[in-house]
Design a protein. Structure first.
Ligand SMILES: Cc1cc2nc3c(=O)[nH]c(=O)nc-3n(C[C@H](O)[C@H](O)[C@H](O)COP(=O)(O)O)c2cc1C
Ligand code: SF4
Ligand code: SF4
Ligand code: FES
Lengths: 918, 419
């Protein structure tokens, strides 16, 4: 085979792909060549010299070009005069490698002796002790003793903060540059570097603020010594005391696999867990450092019931009984429709499924939603499921031939690890296209970038759709696309010229993008909050691009919707929405959306509101008025949120660390998290609370159904009774059983079970110990890789083009600016409660303006402005930044002191800006 | 004409022609005519071929055939760069210095012809930071050449553009190593790069790049003017031409000499440089090719100064810097001095050199101070063995030359100092 090479390592023959380096070839046959600077995820640099081996190649006769043979007919091997670094030496046919002999050992001992000369050997107080490659390699390959004088060690001030989150101990650093290279090659934030030379050569941070990266924690994992430690874990525990429990990050839709490393029922640290299909071996700093909400003393511990106008502690029996009786009464008197339910996108699938059952079956109410009901609610996204990334797609495997289009999204803030993975596709030869209203970090790695005028998104999409549309061959093919004719009129006037004129994009780049789309083998389209907020025509346009490029349902292609929340996709899949049931099933009668429920509440038509894992009042304080008009407000929460404070009954719930469940990520991978911690108070999982209520509420329902025989045939009666029994069967002993129920009633989830989520371990062929040599730490995945559910378009039926319209935003003259709500990773979400380390990184309550615009308004940094829309006004201080496009004011989402809800309107919000007096 | 002087200098023509640094003088003596001829009448390939035929070998240390190196440059990738290595930091070496200060136009003409030959429109002269005068002078000389239309756009109306920039280093010996030089030139910390890729394929800004020493390029105009055959009348078959050699230490007439390659070390020291400074104190050893090179002793005096003969004697022609040391010199002090240099200059990138140079110095120091330990000679040799061939770049190896030479030739003297 031409692409494979066979070589011999210590007498053992091994065949590997061309281009493999000797270290990896040896690893394949479990021959661990010691390394420090080499890391499997980064380009080799060959600088630590630990991996020196003997290398020989078959001798070729210069005259004949043939391999010379010895008397036995074996090739004559010519050994290279010097030892070679196995991490940088590519294999070649017939190569002979010797990794164990006196000369190699002498070199290895020499390198280790040299490294240890400057090493402080403070293992007893070093956090890396116990999982330290330097310790392990010294034991395995080092000299027993050093000939250097102890007093000759280099000394540095130690440790020094390298930013808020990471400490650097320069004495321990062995100068392998893994951290620097990670920041350059993987994170794309080249903020670390070196200073000085010789023995004074050292790591420095080059950014201000120091170590300014959302991925900094990963450097503590890959550092092969204890030079980099996290401010969170330093001196907290010895690693051998830790018990890693598999979990899934609950902070964003990527769903990074992690472990909670536990000691004595406490989360001591969070570590990545390897899953190439999701996060490889990386996590972002929010995932790593924002676990403190779990052990926060502010957590709710017992149920609270409002008595004499005040929330007071109550027993579970009392609280549950109260809620069940009141709901029963409302159901009797006003009907189920007088009850509304909101359940948030960070709840597990099991909770969400139970939630919609509780509403639809037990209470008979169609009014449920997964949004908080404020002016900032995003449209519900169906395209991410219908046209989603097809099952089996592994972004890690994509490269050449793949076009990744990122539209209206800022993955760094919305889904940080996706940034790394998208960048890697580009690095492997894929074509990255970013199309946004403003500059984002991903632009730096993109081959083509367009910045549109906000409000003109559909103009750009029309210009992209047009050539794809025209290229669909008439006979047969067009008929196979439902809605083909409907687009004709819409696209009739579309053109690149028009997009250039109306959206302000660069024409030649647009042409190149269209060429790339037309010739893509795989097409992956990411869209985020700005695209969603811009309206369904935008997301429909993206879905249509996929369909017209003939990539809907095709392998390695599809949409990825970055809907905020770790389980936003799960909430939609489970049917926690007013318009569709589980699995996007049609409903006879749609219910009220969240904001409609609050409208109804204001008008006194809503008798009860049940809110789980959402805090509408925090997002919009005016909703408090509506809540006051509701007879019964029930809240399930971790904390006494602004909404919980107004509730009649508050149920304390278990956090992700204290229970089991599954989340479905943006790529529709269902993943399981485990219980890591014993509950320290009598909180309960969300689903269990709902089950208890449902049981109390439905005790009578079966009897009622079977008693009513007179006007029905016996068969009808039996069916009615059966249905009622099914509806009222609430006997889940565990979330695993709920998932079985989900699998039975949601076709997409047919093959999902706890067992299936655990399968396929160790596909990367790691041995538990070797990780310490190659990675700096262990990322062992014992918790399973999860499983992707199929996208709707995979069914192979007729594909539909979605209704798409070109809408150009017309700016009212009196409000000449556009306000854009921008998501930030570090915002004021409840899940960041208690993680004080991240406070400095949080988005500040400022309005970002382009310096040219600020100049035209005569505004300096810090000046206070009034931003007024057709709905209201808000005041913020100004931050001048080139990241804001001209004519636009960027205002952060979910940041305290920024009442965005008072001003935002659907789509683009036109605002007037003036200096605020006083 | 004494036999200790060339009839005709090739690179140190300033020794024959007064004020050749003056562009008027230089052009009077045919200066820039060769560049004109080359650019207007010759193909790039013809120049490469002529240089190949001349057998010119790189003067920066390794002696790699220059024409062959040029031949590695892929023709179809643009832009390409020519880098002039004027970092000259090897202790004892000061021949580039003289060319730069006294014969700069011949260097510039060499740059123009060589850049044309490899298809580079940009050349950078990376000059040792301490050569402040030389750097300013070169800029002035480039400006003079530009004023005459020899540098810039469409030079000699040939359609060829050539820009030459002078970039000063910041005081790191390692930046003379070609890849560290490129890093430094790119504004990064000066440390060697992993090879391959070699600069000819991916050098400055990952583009094809040729790095040549000052003296190497200063040879080029004469080779093109007078032809490879003429050039080969100097030197030997495998080491053709002349070499500007710096000699220092305990000799009567230290300085630069342009010698025909192939004369013996004895001829060079005793005939050309006037012999030992004090005829009563005999020669003890020679550091023959810069501080990096292994030492020679009086028994090697008949070694011809060619790349091959020096290699056969266990050392190298190197940068062309002969340091002659007489019996008054302490071997331990000399080795300590050399290794202190390498310790100071170790970039820190790889552990064996970073820590090894430090360790060698420590041991030499304690021997010198009279605290040597019985095993120290073995220790030095073993640390040397741990470094030799195991470092990232040749700097680490260089530090071992002094150790191995001292132990090989003067073991007894060191042992005596330890007792
Ligand atoms: C540590 C080290 C220092 C070097 N210093 C110089 C130098 O100062 N000047 C120089 O021309 N070459 C120096 N070299 C050699 C260069 O790497 C390179 O081989 C040379 O510039 C090539 O030019 P040439 O082919 O014309 O000789 C050094 C090499 C090493 C390993
Ligand atoms: S801090 Fe750690 S990862 Fe960075 S260079 Fe030092 S040892 Fe390597
Ligand atoms: S041998 Fe290593 S430490 Fe020394 S100069 Fe070269 S790369 Fe730097
Ligand atoms: S040099 Fe190969 S692992 Fe560092």
């Amino acid at each position: 085979m031409p692409d494979e090479v066979t070589l011999t390592i210590d007498g053992q023959s091994v065949t590997v792909p061309k281009g493999t380096v000797v270290v990896e070839a040896a690893r394949k046959i479990e021959n661990l060549i010691p390394v420090f600077c080499y890391h499997p995820k980064m380009a080799p640099v060959g600088m630590c010299r630990m991996c020196l081996v003997k290398v020989g190649t078959p001798k070729v006769d210069r005259g004949t070009g043939k391999v010379e043979l010895d008397t036995d007919g074996k090739p004559v091997i010519q050994m290279m005069p010097r030892l070679q670094t196995a991490c940088t030496t590519p294999v070649s046919e017939g190569m002979v490698v010797v990794t164990k002999d006196a000369e190699v050992e002498h070199a290895q001992k020499g390198v280790l002796e040299a490294l240890l000369t400057s090493h402080p050997l403070d293992c007893p107080v070093c956090d890396k002790g116990g999982e330290c490659p330097l310790q392990n390699l010294t034991m395995g390959w080092g000299p027993g003793q050093s000939r250097f004088d102890y007093s000759d060690k280099v000394h540095f001030q130690k440790p020094i903060p390298l930013g808020d989150l990471i400490y650097l101990d320069r004495e321990r650093c062995i100068l392998c540059a893994r951290c620097v290279r990670f920041q350059d090659e993987i994170a794309g934030d080249p903020v670390l570097g070196f200073d000085n030379r010789g023995r004074s050569w050292m790591i420095i941070s080059k950014s201000d603020p120091a170590f300014d990266s959302k991925f900094s924690g990963n450097t503590t994992d890959i550092c092969p010594v204890g030079a980099l430690t996290s401010a969170d874990f330093r001196f907290k525990a010895r690693v051998w005391e830790l018990q890693p429990v598999p979990t899934v990050c609950n902070h964003c839709p990527v769903g990074c696999n992690m472990t909670f490393d536990m000691r004595a029922n406490e989360i001591m640290r969070v570590m990545p867990r390897e899953n190439d299909a999701v996060n490889e071996i990386w996590i972002c700093d929010r995932g790593r450092f924002a676990h403190h909400f779990v052990a926060s003393p502010e957590r709710l511990t017992t149920p609270l019931v409002r008595k004499n106008g005040k929330l007071q502690e109550a027993s579970w029996e009392e609280a549950l009984d109260l809620v069940a009786r009141q709901l029963d009464g409302i159901r009797e008197s006003a009907g189920g429709k007088a009850v509304g339910g909101l359940a948030g996108p960070s709840l597990a699938n099991e909770d969400l499924f139970a939630f919609q059952r509780f509403f639809r079956e037990t209470l008979g109410s169609p009014n449920i939603d997964c949004r908080p009901g404020t002016a900032l609610d995003l449209p519900l996204d169906d395209f991410g499921a219908e046209y989603g990334l097809t099952s089996g797609t592994d972004l890690m495997q994509l490269g050449k031939g793949t076009v990744v289009l990122v539209f209206g999204a800022d993955p760094e803030e919305e889904a940080p690890v996706h940034l790394l993975r998208i960048r890697n596709i580009a690095k492997r030869g894929g074509t990255l296209i970013t199309i946004n209203g403003r500059a984002t970090k991903l632009d730096r790695f993109a081959e083509h970038t367009l910045h549109y005028r906000y409000g003109a998104e559909t103009e750009v999409l029309a210009a992209m759709l047009k050539p794809l549309y025209d290229a669909v061959p008439p006979e047969g093919k067009r008929a196979a696309l439902r809605g083909f004719g409907d687009l004709r009129g819409v696209l009739a006037n579309a053109s690149a010229e028009r997009a250039v004129a109306n959206a302000g994009v660069d024409g030649p780049t647009l042409e190149k993008i269209n060429q790339a789309l037309a010739s893509a083998t795989n097409l992956v389209i990411f869209y985020g909050q700005e695209a969603l907020r811009a309206g369904t025509s935008v997301t429909a346009g993206l879905a249509n691009i996929l369909t017209l490029a003939r990539k809907a349902g095709a392998p390695n292609s599809g949409l990825v919707a970055l809907v905020p929340g770790a389980n936003a996709r799960g909430a939609l899949d489970m049917g926690v929405r007013p318009d569709r049931g589980p699995g996007y099933s049609a409903l006879k009668q749609p219910g009220m959306a969240a904001h409609e429920m609050f409208d109804a509440a204001r008008q006194g038509r809503m008798k009860a509101l049940y809110i789980a894992g959402l805090d509408p009042v925090q997002a919009d304080p005016t909703l408090a008025e509506a809540l006051k008009k509701v007879d019964l407000v029930v809240v399930q929460e971790l904390f006494l949120t602004a909404t919980a404070q107004l509730a009649d009954v508050v149920f304390p719930v278990l956090s992700v660390a204290e229970r089991e469940g599954t989340f479905t990520n943006a790529e529709r991978r269902v993943q399981r998290f485990r219980q890591a911690r014993r509950p320290v108070a009598p909180q309960r999982p969300d689903w269990q609370i709902l089950q208890s209520l449902a049981r109390q509420l439905s005790a009578e329902a079966v009897i009622a159904a079977s008693a009513n025989v007179s006007d029905k045939s016996r068969r009808q009666a039996r069916r009615a009774e059966e249905q009622a029994r099914k509806r009222t069967d609430w006997s889940y002993a565990s979330p695993a059983e709920i998932l079985m129920d989900i699998a039975a009633s949601v076709p997409l989830y047919k093959h999902i079970s706890y067992a299936s989520l655990e399968s396929a371990l160790g596909v990367w062929g790691r041995k538990p110990n070797e990780a310490y040599y190659f990675d700096g730490t262990s990322y062992e995945n014992t918790g399973g890789l999860g499983k992707q559910v199929p996208a709707g378009a995979e069914n192979g039926g007729t594909l539909s083009l979605q209704p798409f319209n070109v809408r150009t935003f017309s700016q009212p003259a009196e409000r000449p600016w556009k306000l854009i709500a921008t998501p930030f990773l570090y915002d004021d979400s409840t899940l960041l409660n208690g993680s004080a380390l991240l406070n400095n990184r949080k988005a500040r309550p400022v309005a970002a303006l382009n310096p040219a615009d600020a100049d035209s308004l005569g505004l300096k940094d810090g000046d206070v402005i009034s931003i007024a829309s057709g709905r209201g006004e808000l005041r913020l201080s100004v931050q001048r930044t080139r990241l804001a496009p001209q004519g636009v004011v960027l205002v952060p989402l979910h940041v305290q002191g920024v009442p965005l809800v008072t001003v935002v309107e659907a789509g683009v919000t036109a605002v007037a800006i003036r200096r605020a007096e006083g | 004409m004494p036999k200790t002087q060339l009839q005709e200098h090739i690179v140190l023509r300033n020794r024959e022609i007064a004020n050749i640094a003056d562009i008027a003088v230089y052009t009077q003596h045919g200066g820039y005519e060769t560049a004109r001829k080359a650019l207007t009448t010759m193909s790039a390939q013809a120049i490469v071929d002529e240089v190949k035929k001349s057998g010119l070998r790189g003067r920066g240390g390794a002696g790699f055939p220059t024409g062959v190196k040029w031949g590695f440059v892929p023709r179809e990738i643009f832009p390409k760069y020519l880098i002039v290595n004027a970092d000259e930091s090897e202790p004892g070496t000061f021949n580039n210095h003289e060319i730069i200060d006294h014969n700069p136009h011949q260097l510039i003409e060499g740059i123009i012809i060589s850049a044309f030959a490899i298809g580079a429109n940009t050349a950078y002269i990376y000059i040792r930071g301490e050569f402040a005068y030389g750097a300013r002078l070169l800029e002035q000389k480039i400006a003079e050449a530009r004023a005459k239309g020899f540098v810039g756009k469409n030079v000699f109306e040939s359609g060829f553009d050539i820009e030459i920039y002078v970039h000063r280093g910041a005081g790191a010996y390692i930046c003379g190593e070609e890849t560290a030089l490129l890093e430094s030139l790119e504004g990064k910390i000066g440390q060697p790069r992993l090879k391959p890729p070699f600069p000819a394929v991916a050098g400055l800004y990952a583009k094809p790049t040729v790095v040549n020493n000052v003296e190497t390029l200063t040879n080029v105009p004469r080779i093109i003017e007078k032809g490879a055959d003429w050039y080969r009348t100097f030197g030997t078959e495998r080491s053709p031409g002349t070499k500007a050699v710096s000699i220092s230490g305990h000799v009567k007439n230290p300085g630069n000499y342009e010698i025909p390659l192939g004369i013996t070390m004895r001829e060079f020291i005793y005939d050309w440089a006037g012999g030992m400074r004090d005829p009563n104190v005999p020669l003890k050893f020679i550091i023959p090719g810069g501080a990096s090179s292994s030492w020679l002793t009086p028994e090697h005096l008949d070694t011809p100064l060619t790349w091959d003969d020096m290699a056969a004697a266990g050392t190298m022609l190197g940068s062309g810097a002969v340091v002659v040391l007489d019996e008054s010199v302490s071997v331990v002090k000399a080795a300590l001095r050399v290794d202190e240099f390498f310790k100071h200059e170790s970039c820190g990138k790889c552990a064996p050199c970073r820590e090894g140079t430090h360790f060698l110095v420590k041991v030499w120091e304690r021997i010198d101070e009279g605290h040597g330990r019985p095993d120290d000679i073995e220790l030095l040799s073993d640390v040397g063995r741990q470094m030799l061939g195991k470092c990232f770049c040749p700097l680490g190896d260089s530090a071992v030359s002094a150790v191995n030479s001292a132990v090989k030739f003067f073991r007894d003297e060191i042992a005596a100092q330890i007792k």
